[in-house]
Design a binder for this molecule. Structure first.
Ligand code: GDP
Ligand code: IMO
Ligand code: MG
Length: 421
């Protein structure tokens, strides 16, 4: 019997999960998303083209792969239908290659409106949400009011939709938030209609059946560990469990069925949206990382906040995910730095701490260890032995601190720019 391998982000998202899943897919039969929704933006580069996926699993471009949208995902039919149309334009038969869990929840047009209303009401303390309706949709899921993909086929779907919409309109009036959802609603129903072409499945039965029959499954995470609703920098988080535990609830697999856990991190660190970020740089170095790394959101286009690698936070994420292999992304972005810094501890209320604290706020001061930069272009390296010594020292330090080997290194956005050790 097989186990589910997992790819997930260890920082605040955008670590490069899409690229890695695309690179690893030839080793797997099935790719499954287990949480999040169209707040995700996963970029894939190959053959001189770039694709950004929001809801569709990143295995979709590989022939022979089956892609599953699991029960833990929240779906906006408008965004999913657009994505499907773009992929189908490349000649891929999506209906053959993708199945959707009946238990995945739907994001209604009024969920989006509620997201915007909530953020507007928060003012300065806003989360910096992607405004895709993620929070309100998960609130209706846990509040036991949500609509699920399987409901689309029920004879009273329209009544259920209307009842939930009415509840939302009432809430929007409390916010005193004026919004016209009519245009989006029309598109939404067209999206719902187009999803009916796909097989709605009991994905927990399907996935466990695959494992029984030795079919290999890779679970694709969205967002990152520090955006996890329980262990991230609450309340500046997303509304799902982004950690490995989310694979169990988001696909219906037992903890004993989890195999390899690939934890992805950037060689530095970024965050988009509000909230604590101890190693954030507000100077020209931060700006250089943003420019060289093209650090602008794949979903919203917002500039990403940039800073040095935070090993305290990374070790926290490695621990909670049970990471068995690390993957370091965007190593090439550090090519031209004389000195590279890594946070190895924090100064908090006059005390030195080496753990990620509850009160991870602006009062934290990182304690840095400095490394000599490699100061050369590593984009064309394809064999680990060919990396400069300074680069290898950087990797070895991270491995020693985390107690986990760095098995894959990425030196560019393309599929080919990847070193597997
Ligand atoms: P995801 O959300 O984790 O899938 O990551 P995003 O796609 O949002 O952001 C990662 C960005 O970095 C994308 O634009 C990728 O094409 C790009 N990228 C991924 N790996 C590398 C790398 O090793 N080097 C460079 N320069 N870019 C990379
Ligand atoms: P991928 O999968 C980076 C951030 C938002 C905001 C917070 C809450 O591409 O790594 P939400 O819309 O979920 O209510 O926003 O989470 N966020 C992400 N940041 N990458 C993502 O996804 C993100 N998805 C949500 O910026 O701070
Ligand atoms: Mg992204």
């Amino acid at each position: 019997m097989k186990k589910v391998d997992v790819v997930l982000g260890l920082q605040w998202g955008d670590e490069g999960k899409g690229k890695v899943v695309d690179v690893l897919t030839p080793n797997y039969d099935v790719i499954a998303r287990f949480q999040g929704g169209p707040n995700a933006g996963h970029s894939l580069h190959f053959g001189g083209e770039k694709f950004v996926l929001h809801t569709v699993p990143s295995g979709i471009f590989r022939e022979g792969s089956m892609n599953i949208i699991g029960n833990g995902v929240v779906i906006d039919p408008v965004i999913l239908a657009e994505e499907i149309a773009q992929i189908e334009a490349t000649g891929i038969n999506m209906v053959e290659r993708m199945k959707i869990s009946k238990r995945a929840h739907l994001i209604l047009p009024t969920h989006r409106a509620l997201d915007a209303a909530s953020e507007a009401a928060k003012g300065k303390t806003k989360i910096g949400s992607t405004l895709k309706g993620i929070g309100p949709a998960y609130m209706d899921k846990t509040g036991r009011n949500g609509l699920r993909v399987g409901d689309i086929l029920l004879p009273d779907f329209m009544e259920r939709y209307q009842a939930l919409k009415d509840k939302h309109l009432f809430q929007l009036r409390q916010y005193d938030y004026q919004v016209d959802v009519d245009a989006y609603e029309q598109e939404w129903f067209r999206g719902v209609e187009s999803l009916k072409r796909f097989e709605f499945v009991d994905s927990e039965m399907l996935v466990n059946g695959y494992l029984q029959s030795n079919t290999s499954v890779l679970a694709e995470g969205a967002q990152g560990s520090l955006l996890d609703v329980d262990f991230g920098t609450y309340p500046y988080v997303t509304s799902s469990n982004t950690l490995c535990a989310g694979v169990c609830t988001g696909l219906g697999v037992a903890p004993t069925r989890i195999g390899e856990v690939y934890g992805i991190f950037k060689a530095y660190c970024t965050r988009v949206g509000s909230g604590p970020f101890p190693t954030e740089l507000f100077d020209s170095t931060g700006e250089t990382l943003r420019q060289v790394g093209c650090e602008y959101g794949a979903t919203t286009g917002r500039p990403r906040r940039c800073g040095w690698l935070d090993l305290v936070a990374l070790k926290y994420a490695v621990m909670m995910n049970g990471v068995t292999a690390l993957i370091m992304m965007k190593s090439d972005i550090l090519n031209d730095f004389d000195t590279i810094k890594v946070a190895v501890g924090y100064q908090l209320n006059g005390k030195q701490v080496d753990y990620f604290p509850y009160e991870a706020d602006d009062t934290i001061e990182p304690i840095y260890r400095e490394f000599e930069g490699w100061n050369c272009d590593i984009c064309n390296v394809r064999d680990y032995n060919d990396f400069p010594q300074q680069f290898k020292d950087y990797v070895s330090f991270i491995e020693a601190e985390c107690g986990v080997p760095v098995k894959i290194i990425s030196v560019g956005p393309d599929r080919e720019e990847t070193i597997i050790r």
